[in-house]
Design a protein around this ligand. Structure first.
Ligand code: ADP
Length: 299
């Protein structure tokens, strides 16, 4: 089943087309990464999916409800959690008070709230910050609190808009592991935008947007296979020359061979063995995919 279905979505701001007829689905319980350079149309799309912005045309289903009707939008809002970049918590309340306040918004009884709080605390480890005022927290601690607040009503879909931007590597890893574990253990659908390709590398599905359209879609592996070549790089022994039948790109002292498949390095290395001083095989990365797709069409 799909948690999200987007069909022919268009959004224009006056005469600027921000989202240009995109269609895609996100499977329930999956980890979905929505990527693109600045201005690609990611925020506009997310804001539409979260009922914060109106589409110009197109159809959107979120958590089984059509977007656009009063009842549909209300249902969608109860089914989703949102963590955007700007903070929404009250500086003068403690983390616990902030989250309790949010629980009341969903009319949770004290008992229901405590059960949900235990659930979010399990994933976000709030004990050290629960009774600190939000304004006193570090960036990473705030992020934990932000995510906890977004989860207190146990949403089916969690939208995370660049959740780790600006965090130190250790905190990024913590936030990251918490989100992944949530997805794996609770069947929650995660809809993520990020600038960190290594975070998208574990997604079940990635979409890359450019100038309002989808330019690539698939699993990290399929995108790497399609858009990022592996490379064999060698350094020759002193006075050795590359056999004439082999073609490589020379950059400094290093010869680069593009590989269709990593295993193609093996016969090449056997052939080159007498000549090489050292070698390495570099796997194509999602960074390569992203750069390649953003360079294409510009030239
Ligand atoms: P992203 O999140 O990928 O950076 P956005 O959805 O923010 O992309 O923006 C897509 C395009 O729409 C950009 O060209 C941006 O300048 C334009 N845009 C975004 N919001 C508005 C707005 N409120 N009014 C006019 N243009 C906008």
């Amino acid at each position: 089943m799909n948690a999200i279905e987007v069909t022919n979505l268009v959004k224009t701001y006056n005469d600027k087309v921000a989202v240009n007829d995109i269609s895609f689905t996100v499977e329930e319980g999956s980890f979905f990464a929505f990527l693109g350079a600045n201005g690609a149309g990611k925020s506009t799309t997310i804001e539409i999916l979260c009922t914060l912005r109106q589409a110009t045309t197109g159809e959107v289903m979120v958590a089984g409800q059509s977007l656009g009707t009063l009842k549909g939008n209300e249902h969608i809002r109860r089914s989703i959690g949102i963590v955007f970049q700007q903070n929404l918590l009250d500086d003068y309340l403690t983390v616990y008070e902030n989250i309790r306040h949010r629980g009341r918004f969903y009319q949770q009884s004290k008992k229901e709230f405590e059960a949900n709080y235990a659930f979010v605390n399990h994933y976000l480890k709030l004990d050290d910050i629960a009774h600190k005022r939000y304004e006193k927290l570090s960036g990473g601690q705030r992020r934990r609190a932000d995510i906890a607040r977004a989860l207190i009503h146990r949403p089916h879909i969690l939208f995370l808009d660049e959740p780790t931007t600006g965090l130190d590597p250790q905190t990024r890893r913590f936030v990251w592991n918490a989100v992944r574990t949530l997805c794996q253990e609770t069947n929650m659908t995660i809809f993520l935008t990020t600038h960190y390709m290594e975070e998208a590398a574990v997604a079940d599905k990635i979409i890359i947007m450019k100038e309002g359209t989808i330019v690539a879609e698939g699993s990290p592996e399929s995108l790497k296979a399609a858009y990022a070549a592996d490379e064999l790089i060698i350094v020759l022994k002193e006075d050795a020359e590359l056999p004439a039948e082999l073609h490589a790109t020379k950059i400094g002292e290093r010869y680069h061979f593009q590989l269709e498949d990593t295993r193609d390095a093996l016969p090449l290395l056997l052939k080159l063995r007498p000549y090489i001083a050292s070698f390495e095989v570099i796997k194509g990365s999602l960074d390569d995919v992203f750069i390649r797709l953003n360079e294409e069409r510009r030239v």
